[in-house]
Write a protein that binds this ligand. Structure first.
Ligand code: GDP
Length: 534
């Protein structure tokens, strides 16, 4: 068992034991395998291998999208909760494909830490680097798992150097691997002076733990060959000299990452990583909000929507809003205030994403993720409270990098298209702009693949074939400023103006020169590439 779960004794134990995190990695590094093992140790599944199987089943049931199956991309982020050693882990899945960076960014606003998985043979890959930078924007604590140590991997010092240099973060080894590739035997646990030996015969078997009294203990040679013992002593001595020690504060501030070595597929090193998450997690953190920050231990309940997903059940037009609880102890049936509309909402059928299955959430604490079925009232960035007018901040909406115009294949169905596009805009799946002059819509996305996803969903969910075509514009910027100044600007630039789905003014162009010119000619107006969602 570990020490006290919280650095903040004022937290109620139920909150202090919660760990809400995401896994970031490059495709193929082992995220799915690691998730499976988490769930296995969390008692959520009987046999590893079921996440994948369940994933398929879930896909046909809820994610259902043909695109997803065809391409093997998980477009929809989901949350999974499970218990481990007295802790409640909430694992929020980050969509893996680089085209979905905005979604990923928002997902990372809902977690308190990230586990970075890297492939021991490949080191820091492009997608890892991108996701890492997003974590850095929020100073998220990072725990690193170097996977696939059962295969030929790179030199350990090399891997650590690469992380330190490419990601500009200090690295401290929490464990040290013994042997490489076929000779990989296991790890030395630097914090607890233990040998963890991998069982190659049984992939689901937890490693054998041998307590030793430090590296000079002659017991070491009884378990590993003398040459590997000598190398281990030498490596660890050098690592302790060259690398920073594990400092909980630096870790919490996101400037230092502990690294564990292991092999997810062999169930090796996973428990140690989970112990690390429990120990350094951290517990649910204060939430930035306007006009004041929200502390998790506040008795009043509050939370914010970081994701909206439509059609989890394809038979219904319902959406599920994913709410990260920011404070308090939520109970099913509670009436909360929807701050944006100032309207009360009875939360009568919230869903808790227990890994075994979706089930009704009777209660939830700060740190938890619950799903709230609704008909579209809840949008990304919305805050729910027990009445206070608080608004969680820091959930941005990015200007799309790609714009296309969208038309219904059948002109008589233009109205349906309107509805479909508004739904996707609210979900955050695309930006939808209605030009002030002319008909039709301009749809903006962050990655090209999203046009295909949208076309496929509109056809599937609304039986409406659509065409995406190149637009005359390539950039969109939100227009901010005093009301009169914005109106004057809009009137003078009608051919470039549109409204987003909230009715906010947007300026569209294909020339950076235009944007620069406006900065000169309209000093009262600012064009911005992000809009804070509310
Ligand atoms: P993801 O794309 O990051 O979710 O990666 P997966 O978990 O699907 O793993 C990618 C591939 O690597 C699969 O074929 C896994 O079986 C394999 N894999 C995962 N972990 C390990 C490991 O520790 N050792 C080896 N040799 N292969 C692994």
């Amino acid at each position: 068992m570990l020490d006290t779960p919280s650095n903040r004794p004022e937290l109620p134990p139920e909150i202090a034991r919660r760990r809400t995190f995401a896994i970031i990695s490059h495709p193929d590094a082992g995220k799915t395998t690691l998730t499976e093992k988490f769930l296995l140790y969390g008692g959520a599944i009987q046999m590893a291998g079921q996440v994948r199987a369940k994933g398929e089943a879930r896909r046909t049931r809820s994610d259902f999208m043909k695109m997803e199956q065809d391409r093997g991309i998980s477009v929809s982020a989901s949350a999974m909760s499970f218990d481990y050693n007295g802790f409640r882990f909430n694992l929020v899945d980050t969509p893996g494909h680089s085209d979905f960076s905005e979604d990923t960014y928002r997902t990372l606003t809902a977690v308190d830490a990230a586990v970075m998985v890297i492939d021991g043979a490949k080191g820091v890959e492009s997608q890892t680097q991108k996701l890492f930078e997003v974590c850095r924007l929020r100073d998220l604590p990072i725990l690193t798992f170097c996977n696939k140590m059962d295969r030929e991997s790179r030199d350990v010092f090399d891997i650590i150097d690469e992380i330190q240099e490419n990601l500009a973060i200090d690295v401290t080894p929490a464990s040290w691997p013994i042997g490489v590739g076929r000779d990989f035997l296991g790890c030395y646990d630097l914090a607890r002076d233990r040998l963890e030996l991998m069982d190659r015969a049984d992939r689901n078997k937890v490693a054998q733990t041998i307590e030793i009294k430090g590296l000079d203990d002659p017991l070491l040679e009884q378990h590993i060959p003398a040459d590997l013992a000598a190398k281990l002593r030498e490596d660890v001595e050098m690592a302790r000299e060259l690398l920073p020690p594990l400092d909980a504060k630096a870790m919490a501030e996101g400037t230092l990452t502990p690294i564990w070595f292991g092999s997810a597929i062999n169930s090796f090193g996973v428990k140690e990583l989970m112990d690390g998450i429990a120990q350094f997690g951290p517990e649910p953190q204060p939430q930035r909000a306007d006009p004041r920050q929200i502390m998790p231990e506040e008795t009043k309940v509050s939370g914010f929507v970081f994701k909206v997903q439509a059609n989890m059940d394809p038979k219904h037009r319902d959406r599920v809003a994913f709410l990260r609880m920011a404070s308090g102890h939520f109970k099913r049936g509670m009436k909360l205030t929807h701050v944006r509309s100032k309207k009360p909402m009875a939360i009568s059928n919230p869903v808790l994403f227990l890994a075994a299955d979706r089930e009704l959430a009777e209660e939830a604490w700060a740190g938890d993720i619950i799903g709230i079925p609704n008909h579209g009232q809840l949008r990304i960035g919305d805050t729910l409270t027990e009445g206070e007018a608080l608004r969680v901040t820091g959930i941005p909406s990015f200007a799309p990098e790609l714009l296309q115009s969208c038309r219904a294949g059948d002109p008589l169905k233009a109205k349906h298209l309107d509805k479909a596009l508004m739904q996707f805009a609210e979900e955050g799946a695309a930006k939808v702009f209605k030009p002030v002059i002319g008909s039709g819509f301009i749809v903006g996305v962050v990655g090209a693949l999203q046009f295909e996803v949208l076309a496929s969903r509109i056809e599937l969910e609304y039986s409406l074939p659509v065409r995406f075509e190149p637009s005359q514009f390539t950039s969109a910027r939100w227009v901010h400023g005093p009301k009169e100044a914005v109106e004057k600007f809009a009137n003078a630039n009608k051919g470039h103006m549109a409204e987003d789905n909230d009715g906010d003014p947007v300026y569209m162009t294909r020339l950076q020169w235009d944007i620069d010119r406006i900065a000169r000619d309209y000093p009262d107006v600012t064009l911005s590439a992000t809009k804070e969602m509310m």
